[in-house]
Design a protein around this ligand. Structure first.
Ligand SMILES: C[S@@+](CC[C@H](N)C(=O)[O-])C[C@H]1O[C@@H](n2cnc3c(N)ncnc32)[C@H](O)[C@@H]1O
Length: 319
């Protein structure tokens, strides 16, 4: 099977990988899971890198928050799993940080760098986390990380049960999900009816949430991460941390300004990436074009400061 891939994507692909990609409305999408309709192409890999750098800033230069070193300090063979690894940036950095640990990144699409660009203790596997059991034995991993992946998971509690099975007792899980409702002037913005001057921005997020809901995705997962994890009754020392991420160039603090710039660049790539999802619901091209263009207008010229909310949970599996 051949798919039309523009030259930049080809550098990411092995010879046998074409079956995992399809061209939909000018963007490359995965073929394993039709529910996940964000692209898996070069722009999306770039966005995954921006997201990774942003979180490194948020975590003070580290790739994680929580007692990761403790979880990885004992034993000969330590194992780390990254679910929905995207471009594999987190997995590669973790493999460099912990050269004696084995790091595995799993994704729907083979968009991670190939052998020579990857440390020897890092590998990537294809798997649809939403359909299949993750193909590793019980108690196999010391640390499991799942970041910005819930939009491709229709049964998030089931994914948490799989994570529980895969973690060894005492092992650590770190879940990070951005909220799907934006913040306007520091406050949660429910819908586009309020006269905030950001109607385009709010309409786009409202449309995104509606499309995901119709695809069977629970859009409240990010704000309920801690509750979902506690419902498994398998974790202790559950830490829930929520934070606001500035979007754009308004912060005066230089650290926050960098975070705001990175989030702005992420969103600049994210808005056009929603096109295939919106079109898949039969919306006319002109409507989709207008929703995205109006949101871009608000991103480029916001009338009030924009932010996003990030939800972070980490916990240890009970002995
Ligand atoms: C927004 S990206 C985030 C990538 C990375 N975790 C990060 O934080 O930069 C979401 C990734 O999750 C993957 N994904 C979504 N649903 C998935 C599923 N059901 N099974 C495996 N991977 C999935 C996508 O292919 C995509 O690469």
């Amino acid at each position: 099977m051949s798919v039309e891939l523009s030259p930049p994507e080809i550098s990411y692909l092995g010879e046998d990988d074409a079956d995992f990609f399809q061209n939909v409305d000018g963007r490359i999408l995965n073929t394993l899971n039709p529910r996940y309709m964000l692209p898996v192409d070069r722009d999306e890999v770039k966005r995954s890198e921006l997201h990774h750098r942003l979180l490194q800033f948020v975590f003070g230069g580290k790739n994680y928050i929580g007692p990761v070193k403790e979880a990885l300090q004992f034993g000969e063979h330590r194992r780390i799993l990254d679910l929905g690894t995207g471009g594999g940036f987190w997995a590669i950095d973790m493999a460099d940080n912990f050269p004696r640990a084995e790091v595995i990144g799993i994704d729907l699409a083979p968009i991670q760098p190939r052998l020579r660009a990857v440390p020897p203790n890092c590998t990537f596997e294809l798997c649809d986390l939403d359909q299949w059991n993750i193909p590793y034995p019980d108690n196999h991993f010391d640390f499991i990380h799942a970041r910005s992946v819930h939009c491709g998971i229709h049964n998030y509690p089931q994914l948490l049960r799989e994570i529980t099975r895969l973690l060894r007792p005492g092992g650590l899980v770190l879940l990070i999900e951005p909220n799907l409702t934006p913040l306007v002037d520091g406050k949660s913005a429910g819908d586009s009816s309020s006269d905030s001057g950001l109607r385009g921005w709010l309409t786009l997020w409202e449309t995104y949430r509606a499309c995901l809901t119709r695809k069977g995705i629970d859009v409240t997962v990010p704000e309920c991460l801690g509750n979902h994890l506690m419902a498994t009754k398998s974790f202790e020392r559950v830490m829930v941390q929520d934070g606001n991420i500035p979007v754009g160039f308004w912060p005066s603090d230089p650290h926050l300004l960098t975070v705001g710039q990175l989030q702005w660049m992420d969103y600049e790539l994210f808005l056009p990436a929603l096109r295939p999802l919106f079109l898949s619901f039969g919306m006319p091209q002109s409507t989709v074009h207008r929703i995205i263009a109006d949101a871009q207008q608000d991103l480029y010229h916001p009338s009030v400061p924009l932010s996003a909310r990030l939800h972070i949970v980490y916990a240890s599996k009970r002995y």
